[in-house]
Design a protein around this ligand. Structure first.
Ligand SMILES: Cc1cc2nc3c(=O)[nH]c(=O)nc-3n(C[C@H](O)[C@H](O)[C@H](O)COP(=O)(O)OP(=O)(O)OC[C@H]3O[C@@H](n4cnc5c(N)ncnc54)[C@H](O)[C@@H]3O)c2cc1C
Length: 399
């Protein structure tokens, strides 16, 4: 075994989560190897929106993590020395249905008491910020803190900063085996090469994390949840903020509330954001269709119809393309971050569903704290993969 094969930590997956973990581990002085099956950003982090959205988070750990992450993002651009297209433009959740108003008021009050800078705007105030929004709007929420960043720029900046500091990166390297050696470290083999040795392995393989976890018999209930997005031609900016509608938030808070059949089936939650180049990204669906990354005429039509009903002026704007990505959705709605109690040194950082861009910096930082045995800034015990070991043991006991 030569020094080239030995690392302090091996990170599996070069999406935004894996690269953030690798970067923060490298910052602690560890020698890190990132193994990526394809190329950096080839998974979900290269096929998504770009929101650092605080308003969608329920008060609790997920909102706390979003606060910390946003703080990190505010200085990350300077730290990495690259333009990440980070911008704090604010966000609005448009309320179109009168019956949503009291639900959203309640939600906003809870978020506010948790420290989020958010308020309810009247119809007139909402129209002042979004002059082109339909007259059907009843009210809106507004948070000046909702931000955005270009995920591709973040990933490549993390990769460049990491490699400048001795991080190794191997693309086209699919991990096929993870096993303990006789002397207690991990032996990681890829289809293309290796083996590589390390005391620490981080599974950051996104929707494929369950397959990697199965190599050490860890059950990980993460499933792909497809999101389709349409992209418009570049146009002049309209409206101050990025926009969502209350339908999806309300449907999560009160699942029994009746919804349009197609919106329900596609899991449609409207989101509209402007990229730095002037293209608008309009989404998106939430569909369980396995690993199918196709787009469908029905979804593109439903997204476009919703966009035009909320912003009638969009009827004259051309769609130039569509794409879809697979959100890594964990069964209990929480991401997975921690060490497998049955496999010391095997960590998981995955399952961030629709929040991975927003939560990448805090995830990387917390993971590095865990690996180094440092006291973490937040109590993340509830995110540990140990919860699936317990569930598995309970099922065995009941059977
Ligand atoms: C339509 C859509 C919109 C979204 N919008 C937002 C948003 O606005 N804000 C937000 O915060 N989040 C958003 N998300 C969610 C966000 O994109 C994801 O949470 C995030 O990208 C997940 O990152 P990841 O690094 O865990 O996974 P990935 O980016 O998928 O990275 C995993 C990597 O692991 C690699 N890999 C897999 N198996 C192996 C193996 N055996 N060996 C080596 N490598 C392997 C893969 O090739 C891949 O590159 C959105 C998602 C979608 C689909």
């Amino acid at each position: 075994m030569s020094r080239e094969d030995e690392y302090d930590a091996i990170v599996i997956g070069a999406g935004i989560i894996g690269l953030s973990c690798a970067y923060y581990l490298t910052k602690t002085g560890k020698r890190v190897l990132v193994l990526e099956r394809n190329y950096a950003g080839s998974g979900t982090s290269g096929a998504c929106d770009e929101m650092i959205l605080l308003q969608s988070k329920t008060p609790g750990l997920s909102l706390e993590m979003a606060f910390v992450s946003l703080d990190i993002y505010r200085s990350l651009q300077a730290e990495l020395g690259e333009d990440l297209e980070f911008e704090t433009r604010g966000g609005m959740i448009i309320i179109e249905k009168a019956e949503h108003l009291s639900i959203m008021k309640d939600f906003v009050a809870k978020q506010k008491s948790f420290g989020l800078n958010v308020e309810i705007l009247s119809k007139k105030e909402a129209k002042a910020k979004q002059p082109f929004v339909s007259d059907s709007v009843v009210a809106s929420t507004y948070s000046p803190d909702d931000s955005q960043v270009n995920p591709l720029r973040v990933m490549f900046a993390l990769l460049r900063a990491g490699t400048r500091a001795d991080m190794a990166f191997k693309r086209r390297s699919e991990v096929t085996s993870v096993a303990k050696t006789a002397w207690g470290s991990w032996k990681v083999t890829t289809a293309e090469g290796g083996p590589y040795f390390s005391d620490v392995v981080v599974n950051a393989a996104g929707v494929w994390a369950p397959r990697v976890a199965s190599l050490v018999d860890l059950p990980l209930p993460i499933e792909p949840k497809r999101g389709q997005i349409v992209v418009t031609e570049p146009i002049h900016p309209f409206g101050e903020t990025n926009v969502w509608d209350s339908e999806y938030i309300v449907s999560k808070l009160i699942p029994d509330l009746p919804r349009d059949e197609r919106a329900e089936r596609l899991g449609l939650g409207f989101a509209l954001s402007r990229t730095c180049n002037g293209n608008y990204l309009i989404g998106s669906t939430r569909e369980y269709v396995g690993f199918d990354k196709g787009t469908t005429h029905e979804a593109i039509e439903a997204i476009s119809a919703k966009a035009v009903s909320l912003f009638p002026a969009l009827a004259n704007v051309r769609i130039i393309r569509s794409f879809s990505g697979l959100r890594p959705a964990c069964r209990d709605g929480k991401c997975v971050l921690g060490e497998d109690p049955q496999n010391p040194g095997f960590f998981v950082a995955a399952g961030h569903e629709g929040d991975g861009i927003a939560l990448a910096p805090v995830t990387g930082k917390l993971l590095a704290d865990l690996v180094c045995g440092r006291k973490a800034e937040l109590d993340i015990a509830e995110l540990s993969p140990a919860r699936f070991r317990k569930a598995e043991a309970m099922t065995r006991h009941l059977n």
